[in-house]
Unconditional design. Structure first.
Length: 202
């Protein structure tokens, strides 16, 4: 296996966030795209102590193997995300797993900042497969506000951003999230979105 190769020169990182981008062998175009997305989002790749490692690979398993020990701040951008790969990543402490095919600069930036602050993010379709289990026969009915909040949650936004987007108070968003948890019988935001994906609510 080829050693991780830095793909961007050091530069000051936005907001104090340090990021290094590494790639699997033969993936310069994919890693270049990720570097361009970071810069478009206002984050200049800048390796340094405690940096978030964005690793660009074909599979999650390859990302974990390529950067052992970097799990607490490892963000994997992969072509395919399997349930078994996601399970391995979670065991290794990987902070975020993103699918390269539907990645946007905003999603990448949110995941980088989340990993920097210790938050986690995984593709909900893969999370649904990992959770398994049968869905209820009839999906729960959601109000328009609940559906809007759920959709923004699925994009990885926190309550403050959701409140600004929907022009309501953070308290209203918090209550709506609480209602969603009960209606979807979920214990976490990720589980709520996974249930919504399973029921095709979003």
């Amino acid at each position: 296996m080829t050693a991780p190769a830095p793909v961007a020169p050091p530069a000051p990182a936005a907001g104090g966030v340090r990021v290094r981008v590494v790639q699997a062998a033969g993936r310069p175009a994919a890693s270049g795209r990720v570097g361009a997305m970071l810069r478009q989002a206002g984050i200049d790749p800048a390796p340094g102590p405690g940096a978030v490692t964005v690793v660009v690979t074909a599979t999650v398993e390859e990302a974990v193997a390529l950067c052992p020990g970097a799990g607490d701040r490892l963000l994997a951008v992969c072509d395919t995300v399997s349930a078994s790969g996601l399970r391995e990543a979670l065991r290794a402490g990987v902070r975020a797993v993103l699918r390269s095919s539907d990645l946007t600069p905003a999603q990448l930036a949110a995941a980088v900042h989340g990993a920097w602050h210790g938050d986690s993010r995984v593709p909900y379709s893969a999370l649904v497969r990992l959770l398994g289990g049968a869905a209820a026969t009839d999906p729960p009915r959601l109000t328009p506000r609940q559906h809007s909040v759920l959709s923004l949650m699925a994009e990885g936004h926190g309550n403050a951003v959701i409140a600004r987007t929907l022009s309501c108070s953070p308290h209203t968003v918090k209550n709506t999230v609480y209602e969603l948890m009960g209606r979807l019988q979920a214990r976490t935001r990720a589980q709520a979105v996974a249930c919504a994906v399973r029921w095709s609510l979003i």
